[in-house]
Structure formats: C-alpha cells, structure tokens
Design a protein around this ligand. Structure first.
Ligand code: MEV
Length: 309
C-alpha cells in the first residue's frame, strides 16, 4: 500500500489576483489530508474526511476527473484500478486548499504504491494537473503550499516554472480560521473574476495593481514582524476581494465578528463565495476570544499558527 499527505493552507494576500500573475502570500497550516492507495481489481474511492455540508457530493465529479488527470500526468495506464482512501486532519471546507491537499496526498500515495520515484517537484506538477478539475485555470498556489508547506511568496509563471520563495518570520503567530459552512465552486469563482475583469478593465485594473502593492507590503511587514501592519493590509485585501465580487454575506459577517472581538486583521481566504475566512489574532488569549465568538455564533473553527513547523 502507498501512503501520502498534503498540507492545507490559508492565503494571506492575493487569492484570485494570483491567477492573473499578481504575486501572493500563502501559509500552509498544521492540518493535512492523508491518502492510501492500493492496486485493486475495481476502482474505489473512500473519502472519510470531515466536510462541510454537501462538500463530498458537490466535489465528487471533480474528484474523479482530478484523479484521472493525475494518472495521465503520471503516464499511468488509464485502465489501472486503484483502491483510494482519503482522510486526515484537514476538513473538507472550501478555501483551505482541501482539493489541492488531497491531490498531493493521492499523487504521493500512487507514487509510493507504483514505485514511480517522483520528486517533490514532479508531485507538485502532477497535483497542479489534478487541480485543474477543481479550479479550471488554477494559479498553482494551493498545490505548491500543499506539497512544500511553510509560509511562501508565490508568483505564477505561465511559460515556465512558477516563482516561489520561502518567507521567514520571527515567531509563529496565532490565526483563527472560520468556516461559513457553505461549499463553494472554485472553478466558477475563478471564471467569474476573469469574465468581470475582461468586461470592466477600468474598474479591475487598478484593483489588480492594488493587490500587487498589498502583496509586497504584506510580505515585508511579515518579515519585519509588524503584525499590526499585516492585519491592516489583510483588511485592505478583504475590501478589494469584496470589490471583485468574491465575498459573501457570511464571509463578511465572520470578518466583522473577528474584528469586533479584537482580531487585528481579517479577510476571506481562497476562492470565496462561501468557504472560509482567516483572522490574525496574535497571542493565545486573543485567539481564544475569537474562537469562542465564532463558536457561539454557530460556526466551525480552526485555531492554528502562521509559520508553525
Ligand atoms: C484558491 O485557493 C485560490 C484562487 O486564487 C485560485 C487559484 O489561485 O488557483 C481562487
């Protein structure tokens, strides 16, 4: 039997904009998806992840397409039957890179079961092919975070290798992830932004320039350990995500709730339209306060840290 895993992630700066070549900042989180794969006489997928309501059904066809795409990318005979199990600590909530984490986990498990000896770079490339089933035209930021982990700077390069750099911070910082409980379709969200951008460059071009400025400023504030600044920039990033039409009532509610309980920054994370948001809450006390506020309001929560090993 082959085994593999992939990290979940939060995007601190630049979701959606990264698809169009703007740089972004992403952090892996300390929850991962695990997969086990065994050659079999029938293909069977057992997905035992904890998920938001409807996630499994909504993603089922995309999951099958994703696995098929990865088998093609690994040059494996398409008729090969595999018994695939998916589980792990990362919940299937939209926005946490759960699809990319599962693609990386499955690619690694197939790699081990079939003794393909793929490098991390090759696993990442295979998972990127898998991501196309979920996101249509993905930037590659999610599968890169799922493969390598850590806090990183990412810029898509459509013609050759993406530009990826590790970002070092002085010490891990507490964050809270809140889930709206709504499953979102990343592919539709990404297509929607591309369509609106094309139709209204006068509105969208300045927002894309602002996103680039925010990513650079966010990276330098993180490296300098200026969390107040990071938080303010995250708030600004949430505003431009609202402007490009990817936030939702529930996301805005969770963002406002986090800020009103003292979070120094909060924004949606990932594709939006449902899914998750992230709040910057340095210190255990502040983190606990925001966790309690979310739980009291009836939302699922993950409390973790940026820059944790
Ligand atoms: C999804 O986590 C992030 C998006 O920017 C899509 C992508 O970059 O592939 C919305």
């Amino acid at each position: 039997m082959g085994k593999g895993s992939g990290y979940g992630k939060v995007i601190l700066f630049g979701e959606h904009f990264v698809v169009h070549g703007v740089p972004g900042v992403v952090s892996a989180i300390d929850s991962s998806t695990d997969a086990e794969v065994k050659k079999s006489t029938n293909t069977n997928i057992r997905d035992e992840r904890k998920t938001s309501k409807g996630y499994g059904e909504e993603k089922r066809l995309q999951q099958i397409e994703s696995i098929e795409r990865m088998l093609v990318a690994m040059h494996i005979e398409p008729k090969l039957s595999l018994d695939i199990w998916i589980g792990g600590s990362l919940p299937g909530f939209s926005g946490l890179g759960a699809s990319a984490a599962s693609s990386v986990a499955i690619a690694r498990a197939i790699n081990e079961e079939l003794e393909l000896k793929l490098s991390n770079e090759e696993i990442n490339a295979v998972a990127y092919e898998g991501e196309k089933a979920y996101a249509g035209n993905p930037s590659g930021i999610d599968n890169t975070a799922a493969t390598y982990g850590g806090l990183m700077w990412f810029k898509k390069n459509p013609t050759s290798q993406d530009f990826v750099e590790k970002i070092c911070i002085k010490q891990p910082v507490e964050i809270v992830i809140g889930s709206t409980g709504k499953t979102a379709n990343t592919k539709l969200m990404v297509e929607g932004v591309a369509k609106r951008k094309k139709a209204d460059p006068k509105k969208y071009d300045p927002l894309f320039e602002q996103a680039e400025t925010l990513a650079f400023a966010g990276r330098s504030a993180l490296e300098m350990g200026d969390m107040e600044k990071v938080g303010a920039l995250m708030n600004e990033n949430h505003s431009i995500l609202q402007e490009i039409g990817v936030s939702s009532e529930e996301l805005d509610f969770l963002v406002e709730t986090a800020r009103s309980y003292g979070a120094i920054g909060a924004k949606l994370t990932g594709g939006g339209g449902g899914g998750c948001m992230v709040a910057l809450t340095p210190g255990k006390e502040l983190q606990d306060k925001v966790v309690t506020a979310f739980k009291t309001a009836g939302y699922e929560v993950l409390a973790t840290k940026l820059g944790a090993k």
